[in-house]
Each structure stands twice: as structure tokens, then as C-alpha cells.
Write a protein that binds this ligand. Structure first.
Ligand code: HEC
Ligand code: HEC
Length: 210
């Protein structure tokens, strides 16, 4: 067949248009299953309820896998997504448990935003109580086991805040860090509070990306 330059460039353009914007790194075999729910490059998938994992702090991932395995998280039939992750965490091998925190931390994906309304200034006032543990700009504090709020998707942060408020997370007696956080959401009285707080957290995330 004669080389057809036009056809070649058409194919090239087609491929470029549909190429993923983030080059997917090959997934290590032992973590292939994570991407099924957590999405390509672990960027999160609101459809499965599985959050973004890329960039999470290693110690936080370690804590959370333990929390699921101990049944501190995923212990309520009203929270079926957490139940799903609890089942996954319980089935992990020693090798997977050891390697998961750094694998997760090192994957790269961009943070996207779904939150659209809320009053940033009112949210900022509410955030004053959070900053004691999560840091003035939300970067987290390992000594207090409080994670960064800058690397996680807004829809998931909001679900977790409501889970803490509704006793679905942080309610088990041996879960010291979870309890610490659960006690801290008592300052949030209404859904408007949550909405305004989320607007401010998204604002902090967008500042961080600048
Ligand atoms: C069957 C789907 C599914 C699979 C497979 C899965 N996860 Fe999850 N994972 C979830 C869901 C859903 C949540 C959110 C739970 C909630 O709503 O509280 C979650 C939450 C997490 C969290 C907590 C994140 C946070 O910020 O609170 C970590 C860490 C995690 N998963 C790690 C992994 C790893 C590592 C793998 C692969 C070994 C994996 N998951 C496989 C569904 C899954
Ligand atoms: C007394 C310390 C403390 C305060 C104050 C506090 N938190 Fe936390 N927060 C924590 C700890 C510790 C965790 C981790 C809990 C765990 O390990 O399950 C956490 C977890 C979270 C999570 C879950 C993140 C994820 O990826 O799963 C969210 C969201 C959160 N905090 C938001 C807030 C907000 C918003 C405020 C202010 C209203 C706040 N926190 C105040 C200590 C605190």
C-alpha cells in the first residue's frame, strides 16, 4: 500500500484527541484491583464512591487500611461504600499492606472540583476550629493523625464529614483518631454550615494549585 500522508496525519490527530490527558503509569499487578473502583491513576470515581487516593499521605493510608481492617470503618449497614472497602482491606496480603501506602502516595492525578456554591467567608470562620488539627491551610498534621484536606476530592470530604456527624465513622471505642475527629464536627450544626465549609476547603485547594 502506498504511504498516505493525509491518512497518517488524520490518524495521528485522532489518536492525539483521544489520548488520555494523564499518561497512565503501568499498574503493579498487586494493585490492579484498586483501580477498578478508585479509577485510572487512583483519581477517584464518584460513581463507585471510591475516592481519589493519589497523593494521600503514606501514614494516613496506613491508618485507614488499619481502621477498615479493625472494623472501625465500614461497620454500618447504612454506609455500604465503606463496607465494600472494609471487605477489600480485610482481604489484602501482607505484601499489599506493606506496599500500598507508597504506591498510593506516588500515583499522580489531577484534583477536580464538583462543589459549586456556599459562602467562602462563612466557611473560613468555621474552618478556624479545624485548623487546630488540620493546619492553618489544611495541609494536615501527622503528630495528630489529621490528614491533609488539600489532596482529597470535595465530594468525598463532604461525605466523610457527614459520616462523622452521623456516627458512621469515629464511633468505635478503640478508634482514638476517629473519635477525635468525630468530636470536632459538633461545631457544625446545619447543612448550610457544611456547604460553606466545603466552599472554603475548595478555595484552599484552588489556592494550593496556583
Ligand atoms: C470494590 C471497590 C473498591 C476496591 C476494589 C478498592 N477500594 Fe478502597 N475504597 C472504596 C470505597 C467505596 C471507599 C470509600 C469508603 C467510604 O465511603 O467511607 C474506599 C476508601 C479507601 C481508602 C480511604 C481513603 C480516605 O481518604 O479515607 C483507602 C486508603 C483505600 N480505599 C485504599 C484502597 C486500596 C489500596 C485498594 C487496592 C488494594 C482499594 N482501596 C481497593 C472502594 C474500593
Ligand atoms: C482534634 C483534632 C481535629 C479537629 C479539630 C478536626 N479534625 Fe478532622 N480529622 C482529625 C483526625 C485525627 C482525622 C483522621 C481520622 C481517622 O483516622 O479516621 C480527621 C479526619 C478528617 C476527615 C477525613 C478525611 C479523609 O480523607 O477521609 C475530614 C474530611 C476532616 N477531618 C475534616 C475536618 C473539618 C472540616 C474540621 C473542622 C470542622 C476538622 N476536621 C476538625 C482530627 C481533627
Amino acid at each position: 500500500m502506498k504511504f498516505n500522508k493525509q491518512l497518517f496525519s488524520a490518524c495521528f490527530l485522532f489518536a492525539a484527541a483521544f489520548a488520555p490527558t494523564e499518561a497512565a503509569e503501568p499498574v503493579p499487578e498487586e494493585f490492579g484491583s484498586c483501580t477498578v473502583c478508585h479509577g485510572v491513576q487512583l483519581k477517584g470515581n464518584p460513581g463507585t464512591g471510591a475516592p481519589r487516593l493519589s497523593g494521600l499521605q503514606t501514614w494516613y493510608v496506613e491508618n485507614q487500611l488499619e481502621s477498615f481492617r479493625m472494623g472501625w470503618r465500614g461497620n454500618h449497614s447504612a454506609d455500604y461504600t465503606a463496607e465494600e472497602m472494609r471487605a477489600v482491606a480485610s482481604g489484602l496480603s501482607a505484601k499489599q499492606l506493606k506496599k500500598a501506602p507508597s504506591y498510593v502516595n506516588e500515583t499522580v492525578s489531577s484534583l477536580s472540583f464538583t462543589h459549586t456554591d456556599g459562602d467562602v467567608d462563612k466557611g473560613k470562620a468555621l474552618f478556624a476550629s479545624c485548623s487546630a488539627c488540620h493546619g492553618a491551610t489544611g495541609g494536615g498534621n501527622e503528630a495528630l493523625a489529621a490528614p491533609s484536606l488539600l489532596v482529597q476530592s470535595d465530594w468525598y470530604l463532604e461525605k466523610q464529614i457527614n459520616d462523622f456527624r452521623n456516627g458512621l465513622r469515629g464511633a468505635e471505642k478503640d478508634d482514638a483518631s476517629g473519635q477525635l475527629m468525630a468530636a470536632s464536627v459538633a461545631t457544625l450544626k446545619t447543612d448550610d454550615d457544611i456547604n460553606n465549609l466545603m466552599a472554603y476547603i475548595v478555595h484552599l485547594q484552588q489556592q494550593e494549585m496556583k
